[in-house]
Design a protein around this ligand. Sequence first.
Ligand code: PGA
Length: 242
Amino acid sequence: MIKLDGFSSFFVANWKLNGSFKFIDQFIDEVRIPEDESKCVVICPTSIYLDYISHQKRNFFIGAQNVSNYKNGAYTGEISCNSLSELKIDFCIVGHSERRKIYHETNINVNSKSLQLINNEIVPIVCIGETLEEKENGKTNEVLAKQLQEGICYSSNQNNTIIAYEPIWAIGTGLTPSLREIDITHEFIRMHNKRFNKFKILYGGSVKAANSKEIVELPNVDGALIGGASLKSEEFTKIIED
Ligand code: PGA
């Protein structure tokens, strides 16, 4: 498994349901990934391109966007941890809010996926976050606490799991919490249980070149999970270069 404590910051590109062979060729050709080995850059294409992109791998890592709850069997359309591991995938996003909302994934699913990933030497990047309504009702910490308690599996620790805080209302909207709000929420996650004290905690939700530096420099933030802006090679380069 990748040694997480060897990196000071993480930049994870979540391409969601975007990309093509042509797009990948062009992106890889254009993106500039700094030689600085303290930065961990992870690209998460759709599963169909994992193998292709891993052959073009330079100084970045590859992540999947999801994995099955199940090891194998009659689960049409699913992809197993074992298959990801055969492709030598190092990271996998789990519990993204789009999966929770559209595909009804629960904290229990997130927990069991993470456990299997860890058993296969793949680092789960566990997404948590509140809706706008929950935020407005002052429920953010309560929601995050439940997601952490139920979703982070017992074998997770700072060496094998990353947490990504993504307020759902900030994803793809251009809205972000204030810097102070981000740092306070990350601190809440870090201090919620002493086992999380040393976890790498990424922020996600409308991260772009114009705001990434100030977000990633916050004391409790260890990097960013980037959606829309990660599809633009120049913008993504600026984010990781900063
Ligand atoms: P965004 O998406 O950067 O486009 O807001 C982030 C994510 O969904 O991980």
